[in-house]
Design a protein around this ligand. Structure first.
Ligand SMILES: [Ca+2]
Ligand SMILES: [Ca+2]
Ligand SMILES: [Ca+2]
Ligand SMILES: [Ca+2]
Length: 375
């Protein structure tokens, strides 16, 4: 398969032109080949970008680590010094070209907003973010590192109201959940950092008040399986009553058993306000969605089964709910991501919040990736 890959072939050709010491060449070639994703990429969508990213980093590392001048060339005639400088410049040019080519060819594109509806995103090993800009399998269109592998929760929301959803993570700090939110789809420091919630809470985010800015929420399971929702209007900590609303909605009918009832949030009626819901897995394999349009206690506005072939308590095959506005009409719909160890997870997405068949089906990511939507 390697010989079929233009990425590998051109990367090798470019790298072979360079005259850096052998061990540095080896590092780059190892990066290009081992992570070069020809093997991974053929099996699992999205892996190609890993290779691009690693190769690009490897090139940068080589440039940084390379000795300032080759041994034996440090002293000599002006002609020799000129030769050293020219050689250095030539290497820099080749390295720059190789880096640019590796970055552009291997798919490490600058962060860009998705234009239409929601699209797939995955987080691998807790802090490797891969975003794709269409409802289809293939390489990621934006990849970056954010957070730490030990962070407990990952999400994508529009924290600053500019129309683009960007990462947020929750990290346990002194047994309290620390929220670290960033305004761009790239690596770097958090733009907002605060403590919110308790250990054991599940984190969500949404635009609860319709102002275009998405803010945190937490879901706390009470002793009887009832879910208590705390929705905040601010990007800061504070007591529940001061910064938002608190109410109960939904109940895990089989508390302590697998699968759990998953909390979900979305704009089910397309009015610009996000609200709440739960997805209850049942022993017969049905996934029941109970969604409410208001952020107060009450009966579900939608109650339907979407996907009836879930596998109860089977650790080898997972069925994880996902929510997104897949067709870009302003209304969120349900989805199920079906995964098992051997193949790339299958995304089964539906436009309407109702029972029926999937409108969008594709494979993206790897088993045990965290699956998210973004726009
Ligand atoms: Ca934003
Ligand atoms: Ca808001
Ligand atoms: Ca709504
Ligand atoms: Ca929609």
């Amino acid at each position: 398969m390697r010989g079929d890959s233009p990425r590998y072939a051109l990367g090798t050709a470019l790298l072979a032109k360079r005259t850096v010491p052998t061990e540095h060449c080896g590092a780059v070639v190892d990066g290009a080949v081992v992570d070069g994703a020809v093997v991974d990429g053929a099996v699992v969508d999205g892996a190609v970008v890993d290779g691009g990213y690693s190769a690009a980093i490897a090139l940068v590392n080589v440039r940084n680590k390379r000795p300032a001048s080759p041994t034996g060339w440090t002293a000599g005639s002006s002609r020799r010094r000129f030769a050293v400088e020219e050689e250095t410049m030539r290497r820099r040019r080749v390295l720059a070209i190789a880096t640019i080519m590796a970055v552009s060819m291997l798919g490490v594109a600058p962060a860009a907003a998705a234009e239409d509806g929601s699209n797939p995103a995955i987080v691998r090993e807790g802090n490797q973010w891969h975003l794709r800009d269409s409802l289809s399998g293939g390489p990621a269109t934006t990849s970056f590192f954010y957070g730490r592998s030990g962070d407990t929760q990952q999400m994508l929301c529009d924290w600053n109201g500019d129309g683009t959803q960007t990462p947020g993570v929750v990290r346990m700090t002194n047994d309290r959940p620390q929220w670290l939110l960033r305004n761009s789809n790239s690596g770097g420091p958090a733009d907002y950092s605060f403590i919110y919630g308790r250990s054991g809470d599940r984190a969500v985010c949404g635009d609860w008040n319709g102002d275009g800015q998405q803010t945190p929420g937490i879901v706390r399971e009470l002793d009887d399986g009832t879910y208590e929702w705390h929705l905040s209007y601010r990007l800061s900590g504070g007591s529940a009553g001061e910064i938002g609303v608190v109410f109960e909605f939904g109940q895990d009918q089989y508390p302590g058993d697998l699968p759990p009832a998953w909390p979900v949030v979305g704009d089910w009626n397309g009015n610009g306000y996000d609200s709440v819901g739960i997805v209850q897995g049942h022993p017969d394999g049905e996934m029941q969605w109970q969604l409410r349009d208001a952020t107060v206690a009450g009966e579900p506005d939608f109650d339907f089964v979407y996907y009836d072939r879930g596998v109860w308590g089977d650790h080898l095959e997972t069925h994880i709910p996902i929510v997104g506005d897949w067709n870009g009409d302003g209304q969120d719909g349900p989805g199920v991501i079906r995964g098992s160890g051997a193949v790339s997870p299958q995304w089964l997405l539906r436009d309407e919040p109702s029972a029926g068949s999937a409108d969008h089906v594709f494979r993206y990511g790897r088993h045990l990736d965290i699956t998210l939507s973004w726009r």
